[in-house]
Design a protein around this ligand. Sequence first.
Ligand code: G4F
Length: 339
Amino acid sequence: MARRALITGVTGQDGAYLSRLLLEKGYDVVGGSRASPARDLWRLKALGIDRDVRIVDLELLDSRSIVSVIERERPDEIYNLAAQSVVSSSFHLPVLTGDADALGVARILEAITGIDPSIRFYQASSSEMFGDAPAAPQSEGTPFRPRSPYGAAKLYAHWMTVNARNAGGLFACSGIVFNHESPLRGLEFVTRKITHGFARIAVGRGDGIELGNLDATRDWGSAPDYVEAMWRMLHAKRPDDYVLATGQSHSVRSFCKAAAQAAGFDLTWHGSGTDEVAVDAKTGRVVVRVNEKFYRPNEPIPLVGDPTKARRELGWQPRMSFEDLVRTMVEEDLRRLRR
Ligand code: G4F
């Protein structure tokens, strides 16, 4: 019989790519998603799998909802990808973020323990847990000092996962995942905001892009590569925690440069701080401005991950380069806008 996986947050970027991967592997995929009359399956549709994933209502804020889905569906594996995942929103919504991202995981672990402790569990942890990390690159042994309510909530969930494994004997793994992007990324995240912004300007439908901190750096990988590692974790000999990253970091400014190039612009930067702008050398037009409203109250120190353990123990490494990632995102945005 096919293995059954329950993916929470199935309508998100990672949920869509993980669903596709597991379907290719012959899984029966059950996708958990908050009950909503406006549920948007555009990512599953984009991958052509919206009819292959069975969507069920699942609410991380409600233990009864979690218990009833697990009791009814009896999955072999649960991938918890659901979260309030926008770091900037967590500063305004710290309690909601904690309820979903921290306590939501405690609820799932409690349900697994009560219903069937043989269910394997993957928790989507985040590089945001490192925050003010004392060292770079960050690995599984780097101390965590989160600098956002989101990072703090994810850290609670991470330790609950580790404890469920060590004290409760569950096959529970935590993927400490650095930023991972794709054409299915939401527009609220900086990469897609940039690629979509340049694509819009290129087709004559955009005025320019407003961004926050151009000097912020991130370790950006490709989401389809990362979901492969999630599956590998649940199929390793023993459960453990792994950093998933490329090991290379880039600034928001350099992401802009690469995206602009892919969209046919040639950027030059002028001014500094909130007065900095990027001008397209071919047309003399300002295409990027800085707007303070997109600054964060608190930024982590430069985040860059060390994926050595995942390479050594899971045989995993990211395949797509930064340049290919940016180009793919721009090309897909151009294609959608021209359609
Ligand atoms: O794209 P971002 O919003 O991603 P962030 O905050 O790093 O979080 C993402 O990755 C984490 C690690 O995998 C996840 F846990 C989390 O759920 C999410 O998926 O911001 C990246 C950087 C930040 O430093 C931000 O200050 O870009 C900077 N930035 C500059 N201007 C901007 C903007 N970010 C956004 N969203 N919008 C801007 O205009």
